[in-house]
Design a protein around this ligand. Structure first.
Ligand SMILES: *[C@@H]1O[C@H](CO)[C@@H](O)[C@H](O)[C@H]1NC(C)=O
Ligand SMILES: *[C@@H]1O[C@H](CO)[C@@H](O)[C@H](O)[C@H]1NC(C)=O
Length: 759
């Protein structure tokens, strides 16, 4: 009799648990509903389980059989921060596979069979910090593959099948620190392969097939401190091969170096560690005067012949206190002796004859002989310098008045800056079909004839900054099908050169800063429909016509700072459906009305409204902006009040400093918001006078305000009453059940004055 109720009890209990925690744990998976993790490991699953709980934060799908990740493969789990997909037989990642994973921080795709990284493979991963694609079969990186990964710190593509890196391969990685490309088959790096990586500090290129030091390519990396080129087949490094201002550690171990110029690292002022171990060096000169102050020079496992020819190096090392690694390979009586221990006096040469004999003997014992001398100079016009090795030709500041002709057809970079050309006639650059980068800064150019750049069918970068241009004919840039970056800043344009950009089918970034343009007319960018960045800072723009940016479907970055705008040119953006960064700082805008950002609210991520003398923002001024906005800059204005910022649930940086906020009850919503967000918000009271300078968070005036209650304990964001329901409804996180706090990535304030790097 007792047994039946017991069964019943258990069944009831089970039912109860079931109804309280509606378990969505898919078959074959292990779910932890507290930590919000789901693991479906080594199950040979052929698709991502469709019933994973929406609020999952960590998903582990290692060891399955997924083959292909379709578009939107994870769109039903938008709160993921960690996603593991190793060893899952993935061959193909379709465009937009990770779309909606805007909170993902780590993505691990190692040990799969991916061959191509498509242009939009990683779209939507706007918070991603680490991307691991090691041990796949990647042989191609399509341009723009990483263009949306603006927060990525680490990109690792080791043990793949890359043979060459095209220009702009890593474009868009604005916060990258470490790029790992070890264990590929790289033998060619295009000159602009690393262009745009302004924050990269560490680059690993060891275990590749590089035959010479990619000098020009490396100069695009101003912040790199560690460069690993071990295990490559380089056999010599010439004068000034390495020109990297911040480099401290250079690894060239396990190459085939037979010669290392004493001026090779002359242009690396910060270098302290140089590793030349495991090469074929027999002798090394002291570094040329003006070379960096090394502390460590590793020559281990080189066939160093410790004769009088090594004495200068030894003396130099003693004098400069450089730790020398390695041992003598000969002559016999010094063989095996540590280089750091031999006394200079012991480094002797016998009679010329004996020396020669000894050396010949030595040589006959060595497997390889120095064979490849540095290539000779190439074809080069008078009064210019051309280098064969890096395809770089320069006639910089040589007083030329006509564009020189007769460059080697292999020239990739042409530097003509600081001459006196005054104008550029048609067909000025014959035979320059592979030039990628052309420098014409400060050449007093006031006119460009139609077809001036005909023939430059590979040109990607054109620098015409700091000239005297006032206008451009529609045919001036004819014949530049690949031009991507155009620099026209610091000229004398009074009008936007409408129509001139029509032939530039690939134009992504247009720099027109520091001109004297006063107005922007409708249809400004006709023809330049692919444009992603338009830079108009520091002109004299007073008016922007409605529809000015009309056909600009891809425009992401628009800089209008330091102009003379009196209002937000809202109507001009009506068709700028991709705008993510808008800079209006330092315009005399005193007032911001309702809904002005509505046309771009869906895409806007970074909004700069600082130092404008802004006095008032309508309560609805930010209407439409929701969880997509990542940074908001309002510092240095005259604001006493602020609109409700709580719909901006995705903010990572906010700066409200230097505003005379009126610390009284109307500011209570701001105060509550500051208490609740996981951000360091700089906001100080300006009024009343007795509170001036104190943090809004620290003052006690709000205690007596109506509506102030003891801090709510659960889910404050949702339970908080809000008067302005319209804008609250626009925040998607409030419509759907918001996941637990842990579901959000850690929000830490970045340096609020951080300069964002442009494309
Ligand atoms: C997955 O497939 C492999 C090879 O076909 C097999 O050995 C293994 O048992 C399978 N694992 C599961 C969990 O089905
Ligand atoms: C925004 O524009 C101002 C000039 O008005 C400039 O000082 C600032 O650096 C710009 N911000 C970014 C992120 O480019």
């Amino acid at each position: 009799m007792l047994i039946l109720p017991m069964w019943l009890f258990i069944i009831l209990l089970a039912l109860r648990i079931h109804s309280v925690h509606p378990s969505k744990c898919p078959k074959f998976c292990i779910c932890d509903n507290i930590q919000l993790t789901v693991a479906c490991v080594n199950k040979n699953l052929t698709e991502v389980p469709p019933t994973i709980n929406e609020i999952t934060v960590k998903l582990d799908l290692k060891g399955n059989d997924l083959q292909e990740l379709p578009t939107g493969a994870f769109s039903h789990t938008p709160y993921l921060t960690h996603l593991s997909l190793q060893k899952s037989n993935i061959r193909k990642v379709k465009e937009g596979a990770f779309r909606r994973l805007g909170r993902l921080v780590l993505l691990n795709l190692a040990n799969n069979n991916i061959e191509i990284l498509y242009q939009e493979s990683f779209d939507g991963l706007t918070s991603l910090k680490q991307l691991l694609i090691d041990r796949n079969r990647v042989e191609e990186i399509q341009p723009g593959a990483f263009s949306q990964l603006g927060f990525l710190n680490l990109l690792s593509i080791t043990h793949n099948q890359l043979v060459y890196l095209p220009n702009l391969a890593f474009q868009g990685l604005q916060n990258i620190n470490w790029l790992r490309l070890s264990h590929n088959s790289l033998n060619y790096l295009a000159t602009e392969a690393f262009a745009g990586l302004f924050t990269l500090t560490r680059l690993s290129l060891d275990n590749n097939a590089l035959q010479f030091f990619p000098t020009e390519t490396m100069t695009r990396l101003p912040e790199v401190t560690r460069l690993d080129l071990g295990y490559n087949p380089m056999n010599y490094l010439g004068e000034e091969s390495v020109s990297m201002p911040k480099l401290t550690h250079l690894f060239l171990d396990y190459n085939s170096l037979q010669d290392f110029s004493n001026a090779a690292v002359l242009l690396c002022p910060s270098l302290t560690h140089l590793d030349l171990s495991h090469n074929q060096l027999r002798v090394l000169q002291p570094m040329a005067p003006g070379s960096p102050k090394l502390t460590r020079l590793n020559l281990a496992s080189n066939p160093i012949y410790c004769s009088c020819y090594m004495r200068p190096l030894r003396e130099w090392a003693l004098r400069e206190r450089i730790r020398l690694g390695g041992t003598c390979a000969g002559p016999a009586h010094l063989s095996g002796e540590n280089l750091g221990a031999v006394q200079p006096a012991d480094l002797r040469c016998q009679s010329q004859e004996a020396m020669l004999r000894a050396e010949l003997e030595e040589l006959s014992r060595l497997p390889t002989l120095p064979t490849t001398p540095p290539p000779d100079k190439v074809k080069c016009p008078a009064n210019c310098d051309c280098e064969a090795l890096n395809h770089h030709s320069s006639c910089e500041n040589k007083g030329h008045t006509k564009i020189p002709r007769g460059f080697a057809p292999s020239t990739r970079l042409l530097d003509l800056r600081d001459n006196h050309f005054h104008y550029i006639p048609a067909n000025s650059f014959p035979g320059t079909g592979v030039v990628v980068s052309l420098h014409l800064q400060r050449c007093k150019i006031h006119d460009i004839e139609d077809g001036a750049f005909n023939d430059m069918k590979s040109l990607v970068y054109l620098y015409l900054s700091e000239n005297d241009l006032t206008s451009l004919s529609p045919e001036a840039f004819k014949g530049l099908p690949k031009l991507t970056y155009l620099h026209l800043e610091k000229n004398r344009f009074t009008q936007f050169p409408k129509g001139a950009f029509k032939p530039l089918l690939c134009l992504l970034a247009l720099h027109m800063e520091n001109n004297v343009i006063t107005k922007l007319e409708a249809g400004l960018l006709t023809g330049a429909e692919k444009l992603r960045g338009l830079y108009l800072t520091s002109n004299a723009i007073t008016t922007i016509a409605p529809k000015a940016f009309d056909p600009a479907p891809d425009l992401e970055t628009l800089h209008l700072g330091n102009n003379k705008l009196k209002e937000v040119p809202s109507e001009a953006f009506s068709k700028a459906k991709s705008l993510a960064e808008l800079n209006l700082s330092r315009n005399p805008i005193r007032w911001i009305g309702a809904g002005v950002f509505q046309p771009v609210a869906a895409t806007l991520k970074h909004l700069y409204l600082d130092h404008m003398g802004l006095e008032k923002m309508s309560r609805e001024s930010l209407a439409g902006l929701g969880s997509g906005l990542q940074s908001l800059f309002l510092e240095g204005n005259q604001l006493e009040e602020l609109p409700d910022l709580s719909p901006l649930s995705g903010l990572e940086v906010v700066n409200l400093a230097e505003n005379p906020l009126l610390c009284d009850c109307p500011l209570l919503p701001l105060r509550k918001w500051i208490e609740q967000v996981n951000l360091r918000v700089r906001a100080a009271c300006g009024y009343p006078p007795e509170l001036r300078g104190q943090g809004v968070k620290d003052v006690h005036v709000f205690k007596s305000c109506p509506g102030e209650k003891p801090p709510p304990t659960q889910n404050p964001k949702i339970s908080k009453p809000t008067k302005r329901t319209e804008s609250a409804q626009l925040s998607p996180s409030k419509v759907k059940g918001q996941p637990r706090k842990t579901a959000k990535p850690q929000l830490v304030q970045k340096n609020t004055n951080k300069k964002r790097k442009s494309v």
